[in-house]
Design a protein around this ligand. Structure first.
Ligand code: ADP
Ligand code: ZN
Length: 616
């Protein structure tokens, strides 16, 4: 790793490219960084996966002294330190699992200013004031308090140790403090600012919409029909399945295993070693499916979780959104399924009523009702969620079950007449393909000059091929056309056809979306799946040889870009998001070798220019 003091010569944007391999900042990141560099405090509210870490990591690279990151869990610290090291940045963590010698060596590194980032738990920071005293003797340039909502009693993850952080301001009055959280509500925000004694701070809040997560709600009765096929499609991917009770996680994991997939369960009743084991193996992609209670939560920094399924109804929208938010942190497409039954609402109601504080019960009931309304609603799920969090959304997200299935009806009598007259003019001798080609006036050999001379040839040239084929299919279904049953089925006129041609019957169709539209909207569907499988395996090998989880080596979204643009030289590789100079140097040759071999065999050229063009 190179001498980091050199990085002070770089701008934030240059560091973003050099170390992280990203070409643009996400919304708010740059403003946050500028604020911190100017020495001001900041409170940063961004959803999970929003990119909070870079907001302190880049200033850390620029500042003279040390950036201390307070983080609540050893597993979170470990993932972040691994990820920084994998990008060629020297970062360390101090925690209770290290021996005295290890800790001494780390303090030594800090003393000689050999590292820019120290991750530490709040209890470790406070212990006997010793670390405080040490930090006072070296230069600390920034405190970043991650998961800052842990300081608030109102938050769902209150940690008493976080309260000690109030004294940071007293001991380090000149050092800027940055608090980061994905909890958006006002009370928690106020608590954070007040308890950390943030001073003249700037508040940053980015949209909580997670566009890459697609939301689906289904009746619980359909779950057992749904799961086998879904898990088959997701076989290569990681996912979390949430259940309400410990017992049901065990039952569900057994059921999934009976379907032939390896699934582990996870709940607070298990012993700590076993829980750690499940979490580590999940992180390393060795266990793909974890069936868990919500105890499986905050420590999951894994970025390539591709789906989250709720088998039981969560008790409020906050919980639901946080749990689904564990999918797709890397920004690539992910899916969230909720299986709903009214019975679950009843169960929750009884549980709430067993509580003694009536005022609290009333709040819990209100929150539960919202959750149930969400599941039963027939409007855009994303719009509902965003409104719940006081954010405007126009609906029509095209990535929830409601939007994807809301296909409106329209009057297509004129189009139906065009099709029927083509069938008649061509004397009922042809099938779907020919009729569609004739109507849209396709210039193909099978349409003879004589056919082209018919006056209705090309009357539907304003609409594409898939449109005509689709409405012919709908006409067959509705009995407006008869399709013969033979090897090459022909289209024939029916009684209904005549009524439509005479204008005595309206033809109503369901609007279909163009395949082009659905492709661009789900964006990432269009990559080379075979190459993806090859590169994923290579990633696993690299990860195992380095002793880190695969998502630390490359994110799924980096792999998807590789399998879309086929870069074939180190220069081209640097255009791919997620390849900083360190990763290119370290793994570039392995990745390029795999891509070049694959492309040569299949005669595929690099199309990296498309990516460069898109960016401009
Ligand atoms: P958070 O802490 O807010 O949950 P992270 O900091 O872990 O989110 O970032 C989520 C993912 O997004 C990480 O894989 C990170 O590398 C990536 N990321 C962050 N900033 C950018 C950016 N500007 N461009 C591309 N990817 C980014
Ligand atoms: Zn929607």
């Amino acid at each position: 790793m190179e001498n980091l003091s050199k990085s002070m010569q770089y701008t934030p944007r240059e560091l973003l490219k050099k170390y992280f391999g990203y070409h643009d900042f996400r919304v708010r990141q740059e403003e946050v960084i500028d604020t911190i560099l100017a020495g001001q405090d900041a409170l940063v509210l961004m959803p999970t996966g929003g990119g909070k870490s870079l907001c302190f990591q880049i200033p850390a690279l620029i500042f003279e002294g040390l950036t201390v990151v307070v983080s609540p869990l050893i597993s979170l610290m470990k993932d972040q330190v691994d990820a920084l090291n994998a990008n060629g940045i020297n970062a360390v963590s101090l925690n209770s699992s290290q021996s005295f010698e290890e800790q001494k060596a780390i303090l030594n590194q800090l003393y000689y200013n050999q590292t820019k980032l120290l991750y530490v738990s709040p209890e470790r920071l406070q212990e006997s004031g010793y670390l405080f005293e040490f930090l006072k003797r070296i230069t600390v340039s920034l405190f970043a308090i991650d998961e800052a909502h842990c300081i608030s009693h109102w938050g769902h993850d209150f940690r008493p140790d976080y309260l000690n952080l109030s004294s940071l301001r007293i001991h380090f009055s000149k050092v800027p403090v940055m608090a980061l959280t994905a909890s958006a509500d006002n009370t928690t925000q106020q608590d954070i600012a007040q308890l950390l004694k943030l001073r003249d701070f700037k508040l940053f809040r980015s949209s909580f919409d997670r566009e890459n997560i697609h939301y689906f709600v289904k009746p619980k009765a359909e779950m057992k029909n749904f799961l086998p096929e879904f898990l088959r499609k997701q076989e290569q991917n990681s996912g979390i399945i949430y259940c309400l009770s410990r017992k049901s996680t065990e039952k569900m994991a057994a059921y999934i295993s009976s379907l032939g997939y390896l699934a582990a369960y996870y709940h607070a009743g298990m012993d700590a070693d076993l829980r750690n084991h499940v979490q580590t193996e999940f992180s390393k992609d060795n266990i793909k499916i974890v069936v868990a209670t919500i105890a499986f939560g905050m420590g999951i920094d894994k970025s390539n979780v591709r789906y989250v399924i709720h088998i039981d109804l969560p008790k409020n929208i906050e919980g639901y959104y946080q749990e689904t938010g564990r999918a797709g942190r890397d920004g690539a497409k992910a899916e969230a399924y909720l299986f709903f039954s009214k019975g679950d609402v009843m169960k929750w109601r009884m549980m709430i009523d067993s509580g003694e504080d009536l005022e609290v019960n009333a709040i819990l009931h209100r929150k539960l009702s919202k959750m149930a309304t969400f599941a039963e609603s027939s409007s855009c799920r994303r719009q509902f969620l965003m409104n719940y969090f006081n954010e405007k959304h126009n609906g029509n997200c095209n990535s929830c079950d409601i939007c994807l299935s809301s296909l409106s009806e329209y009057d297509g009598t004129v189009d139906a007449q065009k099709v029927l007259s083509a069938i008649l003019r061509l004397e009922e001798r042809y099938g779907i393909g020919m009729i569609a080609d004739f109507v849209r006036g396709a210039n193909v050999q099978k349409i003879s000059d004589q056919m082209r001379s018919i006056k209705t040839y090309g009357v539907g040239s304003d609409k594409p091929d898939f449109y005509w084929k689709e409405i012919i299919r709908q006409m067959i279904q509705q009995g407006m056309i008869i399709q013969t049953e033979e090897q090459f089925p022909k289209l024939k006129i029916s009684e209904k056809s005549m009524l439509i041609l005479q204008g005595n019957l309206k033809a109503t169709f369901v609007r279909v979306k163009s395949p082009e539209v659905s492709k661009t909207q789900s964006g990432q569907e269009n990559y080379d799946k075979q190459l993806f499988t090859n590169l994923r395996l290579l990633r696993l090998q690299i990860a195992n040889s380095q002793g880190v989880p695969p998502f630390v080596v490359f994110s799924d979204s980096t792999l998807i870009e590789l399998c879309t643009f086929y870069p074939q030289t180190p220069n081209e590789l640097s255009e791919i998001s997620g390849f900083g100079s360190y990763k290119i140097e370290k793994y570039g040759h392995l990745i390029l070798k795999a891509i070049v071999e694959y492309c040569t065999k299949n005669n595929i050229p690099s199309v990296i220019h498309q990516k460069v063009k898109r960016r401009k």
